[in-house]
Design a protein around this ligand. Structure first.
Ligand SMILES: Cc1ncc(COP(=O)(O)O)c(C=O)c1O
Length: 401
């Protein structure tokens, strides 16, 4: 159990909640939760299913209607031909991470995963006795890119699994077709299993996402982590799926039987409506997120010593705060974050919440999520943050100058 990590971002939520409980205003930029309503047609489908008595166990792999719908819709969006046998319904995308590793990784095998990245990769690899081999992201003129040198350096002789989060939490990086083709070539050459963790595949503000599963010969070695959480604002419903070759999906189904028996049945019926029914709710969610992104990017870039790219995907921004951090003489990201919370109510995550930092990281980044805060509140919070940090820097200049 000592090897098991956690999502330390939840500790940031606890700090924010404690501060709010003392009567302070909090501007929540820390969590990837969504303060928007699930589309009403999806809610009604769940109600209908409950009233119709669909309240019992379901088959461990999921109800046939949802498996079919996922096979068709997720396959069509990626140009891959899937059937129900390729789908294992899950309570979210998160369980796919550990279940895939349990299915294909032996203790001592290497797993190549992004850091910064979703912290559960590192946690599950460590816990299950794998050897974690993190790769980095680098900031370029137009945003973050996978650091290819670090991927190559991470690939040891016993590499078994490659984890790719195309629309990337926390950097907002949006994998290019070229990057995906390059990673696919590595997976083929090195005979790797791939986890294509794709919670944000549809959270994008133009262009199209590309999946590793779409690359030649990759569908047979790739498991997609799919979720309804983000696109349909269904984080708390807990509905997602593992989609991949039946030889591994069958193993994941066996784990379902052992772990939770099945994903909640009436919610699976709502999932069919989400995929096949009216999509206007999902479109509205995306439009709202886009509007917020622009407000938050502009608000952050208006602060002296802060810079951020207008990320084209996800609802996260990985913000370079090195200027402020250094000028104010910080050497502890925790203190930097908690001071901002106490002085302004603005709550955000640090780089340290996204896996162990890698040697050679020189700049200081924090993550702002805009899925849980309205545009007007975001604007107000960022104005307070600007005033606070700039006042601090000016005060310091006065005392030192
Ligand atoms: C990269 C990544 N993978 C997986 C998940 C888990 O998704 P879910 O809440 O559907 O389990 C998240 C959620 O934030 C995520 O950011």
């Amino acid at each position: 159990m000592d090897r098991l990590g956690t999502e330390t971002a939840f500790a940031v939520s606890a700090d924010a909640a404690a501060w709010a409980a003392q009567g302070h205003r909090v501007y929540p930029f820390h969590l990837g939760d969504i303060n928007l309503r699930t589309p009403v047609n999806v809610i009604e489908a769940a109600e209908r299913a409950m009233r119709d008595g669909k309240t019992g166990y379901t088959p461990a792999p999921g109800i046939p209607e949802l498996r079919e719908a996922l096979a068709q819709e997720i396959g069509a969006a990626r140009g891959v031909s899937y059937g129900a046998e390729h789908v294992s319904v899950q309570p979210g995308a998160k369980p796919v991470i550990g279940k895939l590793l349990m299915s294909v990784m032996n203790p001592g095998d290497e797993v190549v995963y992004p850091s910064p990245g979703y912290p559960i990769y590192e946690s599950q690899v460590d816990y299950l006795g794998g050897r974690g081999r993190p790769y980095a992201y680098v900031e370029e003129a137009d945003g973050f890119r996978i650091d290819r040198d670090s991927v190559e350096a991470a690939l040891g002789d016993t590499a078994r699994v490659l984890i790719v989060n195309g629309q990337h939490n926390p950097t907002g990086a949006d994998a290019t077709a070229e990057e995906i083709a390059w990673l696919a070539r590595i997976a083929r050459e090195r005979d790797l299993w791939v986890l294509a963790d794709e919670p944000y595949f549809d959270i994008r503000y133009g262009g199209g996402s590309r999946s590793l599963a779409s690359e030649p010969e990759l569908a047979e070695r790739t498991v997609i982590g799919y979720t309804f959480s983000k696109k349909y604002a269904m984080t708390g419903w807990r509905l997602g799926a593992a989609i991949g070759p039946p030889r591994v999906i069958d193993l994941i189904n066996k784990l379902n039987t052992n772990h939770e028996s099945c994903t909640c049945g009436f919610i699976q019926h709502a999932g069919v409506e989400a995929l096949r029914g009216d999509q206007s709710g999902a479109r509205e969610i995306l439009a709202t997120l886009r509007e917020r992104r622009d407000v938050v990017v502009d608000g952050l870039n208006a602060i002296d010593g802060v810079s951020v790219h207008r990320a084209t995907a996800t609802f996260y921004l990985f913000v370079d705060v090195t200027g402020v951090y250094r000028r104010l003489g910080y050497d502890d990201p925790h203190a930097f974050r908690t001071d901002a919370l106490r002085e302004t109510g603005v709550s955000f995550c640090s780089r340290t919440h996204f896996g162990r930092p890698l040697p050679g990281e020189r700049r200081t980044y924090v993550r702002f999520a805009y899925s849980g805060i309205d545009a007007a509140d975001a604007e107000e919070g960022l104005a307070a943050l600007k005033a606070y940090w700039e006042r601090q820097v000016t005060g310091l200049r006065r005392t030192t100058g």
